[in-house]
Design a protein around this ligand. Structure first.
Ligand code: SF4
Length: 485
């Protein structure tokens, strides 16, 4: 298993990426490419399950990058068939750095045949479900919340697998985008709030489901549409796409942080280019928080589109003041203490000639613990900058996410314990400003901002208003924001 990147703990981590395809020859090859394009959604492990009419179900699950596992002929030859699903994971539920048994897709054998499922999101009542299922005799193989779905399906009395899945998912609370398969069908489902993304694509006579559109592009599939919140699609190459709405309809609450950071900038979300949205966030940020300066520099790479937008709006020149070492990644071999102390310098370097004597605006997507922001500021000052101004393309992250994003405990979030001015002093920068929640809503296309009585998105990590009560976490002592606050 690759070591977790030592300097990568100051970001929120998306969760998982899912991908499935039916009606193509050697579907596993397409899934491997799709998962490779979704690698930013999870780097810890990946898995593929296939079905072949003659050879039945086959699977391979491995720790590490897709490119290091699912490019080898030895593995890919064991995954024949025209139907396949896959999953990349950064563990959100289940033990961190856990065993291979926690790696998805999960597989279950039912009376009417086998089924495999890959889940992106987090089940907020998984502890209670697991307890109940174990009491009733279920034997769990993993520590993952997603396995509950397989056991709930096993207990359902419905006749076929899609109906059993519906039954199971009605018991599940929280966020789920799911790609599943039977011997003949590819199935996609989004939770009623549509917290996590899922899109439908077409390739020749075949069909594709993916977390993001960037993974359709890599295999040359056409983007058809997003799976709607609360929708289940059951797909076979012969009958096409059957669409069902098995859950009580609710107002959607898509994760607004997908627009800010998680999704790839070359994906399309809600009909808009993620890159364009991020540039719009930068423009809004500049309108709300102008400052006199000489240069606008992104904290690479995630701050880049917002920095371009900030520069467009403010008229202050954009410059690559910080250069990222593209080959650092997470694959760096276990660092020694001495190397670890070099910290962020291993990954980012300041373009000294550009920075010296300048008043610099640094645009970043978010501030989580603040450790990286502090180090970057020091590097910029060491390089001779006259002033450092941070502009952040999201509101202060003050609450943990329980819907499939790895966040530190609340007390570790800088914004949970400090005001904006205190954070500025803590980071020792000349100014620190965040986009407002309303500004962020405007930038993602909500012209009149956030509807506070019925927010259009999930923004719980900023607002503390959770669209689904995190039941398991409350049981473990998590305190929700009081309603009146
Ligand atoms: S809490 Fe934040 S990161 Fe989690 S789903 Fe909601 S907006 Fe997204």
């Amino acid at each position: 298993m690759p070591p977790a990147h030592p300097f990568d703990d100051d970001k929120l981590h998306e969760e998982c990426g899912i991908f499935g395809v039916t009606g193509v020859q050697d579907a596993a090859n397409f899934v491997a490419l799709g998962l490779h394009a979704l690698q930013h959604r999870g780097q810890e492990a990946g898995g593929i399950v296939t079905h072949d009419p003659e050879q039945g179900f086959n699977s391979a699950r491995r720790f590490g990058y897709v490119r290091d596992n699912f490019t080898s002929t030895d593995i890919m030859e064991t995954l024949p068939g025209p139907l396949a699903i896959g999953h990349v994971r950064y563990s959100t539920a289940g033990a961190k750095g856990a065993a291979i048994r926690d790696v998805q897709p999960f597989f279950g054998e039912f009376a009417m045949g086998g089924a495999a499922i890959a889940h992106n999101g987090n089940i907020t009542n998984a502890d209670a479900l697991r307890r109940e299922l174990i009491e009733r005799g279920s034997i769990f193989q993993s520590s993952s919340d997603s396995e509950c779905i397989i056991h709930l399906m096993a207990r359902s009395l419905q006749r076929n697998i899609p109906e059993r899945m519906e039954d199971a998912l009605r018991r599940v609370e929280g966020a789920f985008s799911i790609v599943a398969m039977t011997r003949t069908k590819l199935i996609g489902v989004r939770d009623p709030l549509g917290v996590r993304p899922l899109v439908l694509g077409q390739i020749g006579d075949g069909w594709v489901l993916s977390s993001e559109t960037c993974a359709l592009d890599i295999i040359g599939a056409d983007f058809v549409r997003e799976i709607e919140p609360g929708e289940m699609v059951v797909i076979s190459p012969d009958t096409g796409v059957e669409s069902l709405f098995p859950f009580r309809r609710q107002k959607p609450r898509f994760c607004i942080f997908e627009h800010v950071y998680f999704s790839r900038p070359d994906s399309i979300l809600g009909g808009r280019s993620v890159y364009e949205t991020r540039a719009a966030i930068g423009r809004e940020l500049a309108k709300e928080n102008p400052v006199d300066a000489d240069l606008v520099c992104p904290v690479p790479d995630s701050g880049t589109p917002a920095a371009i937008g900030f520069s467009q709006e403010s008229g202050i020149p954009y410059a690559m003041g910080i250069i990222r070492n593209q080959y650092m990644g997470r694959t760096f071999i276990e660092p020694t203490e001495q190397i670890r102390n070099m910290g962020v310098r291993l990954k980012l370097n300041v373009n000294r000639a550009l920075i010296r004597g300048k008043r610099v605006i640094l645009v970043d997507d978010s501030v989580v613990r603040g450790t990286t922001s502090r180090k970057i500021k020091e590097m910029i000052l060491d390089a001779g900058a006259k002033e450092v101004h941070f502009r952040i393309a999201s509101p202060p992250t003050a609450w943990p996410c329980f819907y499939g994003v790895d966040t530190p405990q609340r007390e570790k979030l800088l914004a949970a314990t400090m005001s904006e001015d205190e954070m500025r002093d803590h980071l020792a920068v000349d100014s620190l400003k965040f986009i407002s929640l309303d500004g962020l809503y405007r930038a993602v296309g909500e012209a009149s901002g956030r509807n506070s009585s019925c927010p259009q998105y999930c923004d719980a990590c900023f607002s503390g208003e959770y669209p689904v009560k995190p039941a398991d976490m409350i049981e473990k002592g998590f305190e929700m924001k009081p309603a009146a606050e």
